[in-house]
Design a protein around this ligand. Structure first.
Ligand code: SF4
Length: 312
């Protein structure tokens, strides 16, 4: 454990917040934006009902609601975080699919965000099937000057599970998009959900191992949550037996096994999602993100484990 301890200090995994502190020399705050984009899984191109678990309103912060211009949202966000003095920002295009528009529109939106005082880079959340070579070539020019990360919703590596949640894209497309992005020098992120119906712990761990062999900069992980107003919530009400939602303790055990299988160079941004109570139907753990992270740290120390321990 000595070598990993030296490189990851007190943390036994590579924490994204630490990367930001080292890269930018100070704390960097992500400011969420609604760029006014749509999603091919909602506008009829791939589907019209969206992914079965999705309710974008549940994760859009209040300052993005009834979104004004990019600039006014950034002003609101900066005001919200003003208590942290001397802070710089990453403009986080979060809502819907943030590469899903003509290139000229993307240039205008990203350009407006990058022109805002204190913004040092972009984080662009999108679907693996909503990028093209032309768009990636353009984003690569931004990535030469600023920090830019494209965060792909991969969600599962299991094609059957992706079909059942109506993602409208395959894991093969996710893998291709990640490679196309990384080979242009753009940082890549991936987002995974654990516990979707049809998943088993063993196959999810195999999936993590496969994903962690891709050229990723950062991984975001979270437990399946049933969110009000989604098709999945309806199925859960009618057929709860189809769901095997994690208890907090079970998930803690599982996430430690996940961390052990992730390439030691990949940064980890978070382990859980924290949906506001007004939207969350189940599971209701009540734990805040930082509280869960503290439990992960403790569990890793107690079991003398670390990121990449079983990476192959
Ligand atoms: S999760 Fe993303 S891809 Fe799926 S419907 Fe919602 S916005 Fe679209």
């Amino acid at each position: 454990m000595e070598q990993a301890e030296t490189t990851m200090e007190a943390k036994r995994y590579r924490e994204l917040a630490r990367f930001f502190r080292e890269h930018f020399g100070e704390r960097v705050q992500k400011l969420s934006l609604d760029g006014g984009f749509s999603c091919p899984n909602r506008d009829g191109t791939k589907g019209s009902g969206g992914c079965t678990y999705c309710n974008n309103e549940s994760f859009n912060p209040a300052y993005c609601r009834e979104a004004g211009s990019i600039t006014s949202q950034l002003q609101e966000g900066a005001r919200f975080f003003a208590k942290y003095k001397g802070q710089r920002y990453l403009a986080y295009f979060q809502a819907y699919s943030n590469t899903y528009a003509p290139l000229e529109v993307l240039k205008a939106r990203y350009g407006e965000a990058l022109a805002f005082p204190g913004v040092v880079g972009l984080v662009i959340a999108t679907r693996p099937d909503a990028v093209s070579e032309e768009i990636l070539d353009y984003i690569a020019t931004l990535a030469k000057e600023r920090y830019v990360c494209i965060e792909y919703g991969v969600e599962s590596v299991n094609e059957e599970v992706l079909r059942s949640i109506r993602r409208g894209h395959t894991y093969a497309e996710a893998e291709r998009a990640i490679r196309m992005t990384a080979e242009r020098g753009i940082r890549t992120g991936a987002h995974l959900i654990f516990g979707l119906p049809g998943e088993e712990p063993a196959s999810m761990l195999e999936g993590v191992s496969a994903l962690a062999r891709l050229p990723l900069h950062v991984l975001k992980l979270h437990q399946l949550q049933i969110i009000a107003g989604t098709p999945m919530a309806e199925t859960w009400r009618q057929h709860p037996e189809r769901f095997r939602l994690y208890t907090e303790d079970e998930y803690l055990d599982f996430i430690v096994q996940v961390i052990e299988r992730i390439h030691p160079d990949i940064y980890l941004e978070r382990f859980v999602n924290q949906t506001p109570d007004t939207w969350l139907l189940a599971p209701k753990w009540g734990a805040k993100n930082h509280e869960f992270t503290a439990k992960v740290d403790k569990r890793l120390r107690e079991s003398d484990s670390w990121q990449g321990k079983f990476f192959v």
